[in-house]
Design a binder for this molecule. Structure first.
Ligand SMILES: [Zn+2]
Length: 210
């Protein structure tokens, strides 16, 4: 009997894993989507570098800015496709413009919203979960960077990794303007509050030196 349960659990585990692997392998990008993602990623890198007035450019910084943006968007796309929805990233003209303005070094408030993954889901809770998973990726990456920073306090880019991810999460969690925050807020206010609190905590911790 035990043998049977173990085998069954194993099969469940394997099939869950293969669903994820299949989803990742089947993920497709249209030419239009790749064009929009490329323009958006370049602008996000520019905003990231503008925090330091373009004075410090390193592969670690570039990896932080690119992953904070792309992992967030891919998570939306992957979960929406898992729910059977069409899902593609599209840049918005207004979003590209405010992000480009934010890339100017002396502009103090940095908007990072070059576009969004457009989905086709009518189920309210699935729609909410797809919005929720984007900022969640930034919180997870940000806290990992923070823990690594506490262990290696002289490696400056680790703190930037925590701080940049907290900023992307915080910005996207604002409950208006068609941002993820608005969709999460109308789906589940407790989840929204928890996400907002965690992002603020991460932001404050990433600004604090011990
Ligand atoms: Zn998002």
């Amino acid at each position: 009997m035990k043998d049977y349960i173990d085998k069954k659990n194993m099969m469940n585990y394997n099939s869950k894993n293969s669903i994820l692997i299949n989803l990742i392998l089947r993920i497709k990008f249209s030419k239009l989507e790749i064009r929009d993602l490329t323009i958006a990623t370049i602008l996000v890198i520019a905003v990231g570098l503008s925090f330091n007035g373009y004075r410090h450019i390193s592969w670690q910084f570039l990896a932080i800015f690119v992953s904070a943006f792309l992992v967030h968007e891919f998570a939306h796309k992957l979960l929406a496709q898992f729910y059977g929805s069409w899902a593609e990233f599209r840049a918005s003209a207004y979003g590209l413009l405010v992000t480009a303005i934010s890339a100017i070094p002396f502009i103090p408030f940095k908007f990072i919203a070059p576009g969004a993954v457009v989905i086709d889901l009518s189920d309210r809770s699935k729609f909410g979960r797809v919005a929720f998973i984007g900022p969640l990726t930034n919180l997870v990456m940000g806290f990992i960077f923070l823990i690594l920073f506490y262990q290696h306090p002289f490696v400056g880019f680790l703190r930037i990794g925590a701080s940049f991810n907290s900023w992307i999460a915080l910005f996207n969690l604002m409950p208006f303007g068609n941002l993820d925050g608005e969709k999460i807020f109308s789906w589940n206010k407790i989840v929204w509050l928890f996400m907002m609190g965690s992002s603020m905590g991460l932001f404050v911790l990433s600004q604090t030196y011990f």
